[in-house]
Ligand binder design. Structure first.
Ligand code: 2HG
Ligand code: ZN
Length: 461
């Protein structure tokens, strides 16, 4: 990007807020991955969709690369700007624009935090059900760009299910109004769905209309300790058959060690290799009895070794913290992250295969497993040993990720379940998508963004 281009941008959009101080470039140039040195050329903070469109049109004329930017809580490098790009941050576009009681939709700007969306829905007695630990910092635009999942997918599905309409500035500068809140719309290709999960490579969301639903009945939270990985699937099948599950999340003793060291409270005594946090709807005493009966059955079968049922909201929050605090507690150990999925039915064999693979490849390295087992989604975080340099550690992890990708391919799984491909996983896209699919994906990108100005280098090499 030339100085002349920047002068032209300021001339065309005199109200546009632009930043270029070193501290700002560093702040806006990185996401939660810490592998790349942030090096954008400038940061633009538009306040309207007109300004976003103006920036994209300008970028087409000057052939400038744009990195769309939300809360930058991503874990795949999708919002990293390390090559002199213009970061287009949507953080000033963070308002609720409207609520429709009949349609039960909330229309918001993309920079609004997920937690603020939850709050706005609650004010109307409704629920926006997509939820995960980064809720306070991530933005809805970023959630849409990655089709974010989280802890309640088992009950409500991914972000994709909850988007009734999108206004988007495509890479060619056109403003598109997609689906307009319709429930039924069989009028050809669903471009709204194409935008969801496109990682900022097709267009920039400038407005989203979100579907809301009824809040669930009262729920209860239980922590279970399990003796073996095999028991995990048995306990899942048992609980799912007897209860209406809101969440079914798993983690290992290594994960527990890190969250406890990070200030969380121990809830079960003794050493157990595996844990599950489950939340189930519990509108009456009958469901609580059903949960306790399921628990007892699991104990009798030898699948469950211990457990606690939260007796208060505070205790439920403390149990959730054991699961939700994992990412933060691992951050100081510079984890290499894998976010993989297989069909639930393929999980038992897949778990067995990767357990064998990881034990062989990382005999002396801490590997932390956790995730959304009820969705077939595992997070495998490999912690950097002090003795290895950053570069050697990443080289070793990439070698193992290649083996993991081969195993996933064998089981028909995905190299990214919910974090996106970004920069981190683009070398492994072929393990999840066929050459024919990738060729079509590239063709689609070309249609929306002929000059390739939006998030170049992300998703595809
Ligand atoms: C979660 O499930 C997030 O907590 C983050 O997807 C996972 O840190 C990770 O690897
Ligand atoms: Zn997750």
């Amino acid at each position: 990007m030339t100085d002349h281009a920047i002068v032209d941008l300021a001339r065309r959009l005199p109200q546009l807020r632009l930043l270029s101080e070193p501290g700002d470039l560093e702040h806006y140039g990185r996401d939660w991955t810490r592998r790349w040195t942030p090096a954008p050329r400038a940061i633009a903070l538009p306040a309207s969709s007109d300004e976003v469109q103006g920036i994209v049109r300008w970028a087409n004329e000057h052939n400038v690369a744009i990195v769309p930017s939300g809360g930058r809580t991503g874990l795949s490098g999708g919002a990293v700007a390390a090559n002199g790009e213009l970061v287009l941050s949507l953080e000033r576009m963070n308002r609720v624009l409207g609520f429709d009681a009949v349609d039960r939709t909330l229309t918001v700007q993309p920079g609004i935090a997920l937690e603020a969306v939850h709050g706005a829905a609650r004010e109307h007695g409704l629920l926006y059900p997509v939820d995960f630990a980064a809720r306070g910092s991530c933005s809805i635009g970023g959630n849409i760009a990655t089709n974010a999942g989280g802890i309640r997918v088992i009950r409500y599905g991914n972000t994709r299910e909850w988007i009734a309409g999108l206004k988007v500035v495509a890479g060619n500068g056109e403003l598109l109004d997609l689906n307009r809140g319709l429930i039924k719309n069989s009028s050809g290709y669903d471009l709204r769905q194409l935008m969801i999960g496109s990682e900022g490579t097709l267009g920039i969301v400038v407005e989203a209309t979100l579907r809301l639903t009824d809040p669930p009945p009262t729920s209860q939270v239980m922590l279970l300790a399990l003796p073996t990985m095999d028991a995990l699937m048995d306990v899942f099948a048992l609980f799912r058959s007897r209860l209406s599950l809101q969440a079914f999340e798993f983690f290992t003793d290594v994960a527990l060690k890190h969250v406890l060291a990070h200030g969380a409270q121990r809830a079960i005594d003794g050493d157990h290799p595996y844990y599950v946090v489950t939340e189930f709807e519990s509108p009456d005493e009958k469901t609580q009895d059903a949960a306790l009966a399921a628990f007892e059955h699991g104990v009798e079968q030898g699948w469950i070794s211990d457990g606690v049922l939260a007796q208060s909201d505070a205790q439920a929050a403390a149990l959730w913290r054991l699961r939700e605090g994992i990412t933060e507690s691992l951050a100081p150990h510079k984890p290499y992250k894998n976010d993989v999925s297989v069909r639930i039915g393929a999980l038992p064999v897949f778990l067995h295969d990767i357990q064998t693979l990881l034990a062989r490849e990382y005999p002396h390295i801490d590997v932390v497993w956790f995730g959304h087992i009820g969705d077939g989604n595992l997070h495998i975080n490999v912690l950097k040993p002090e003795s290895l340099s950053d570069a050697d550690f990443i080289a070793q992890c990439e070698h193992v990720t290649k083996l993991l990708a081969d195993t996933l391919h064998k089981h028909g799984g995905s190299i990214s379940a919910e974090h996106g491909i970004g920069l981190v996983k683009r070398a492994y896209l072929e393990s999840t998508r066929s050459p024919a699919e990738i060729a079509l994906m590239r063709g689609i990108r070309q249609v929306f963004d002929p000059l390739g100005i939006l998030n170049p280098g992300k998703l595809f090499a």
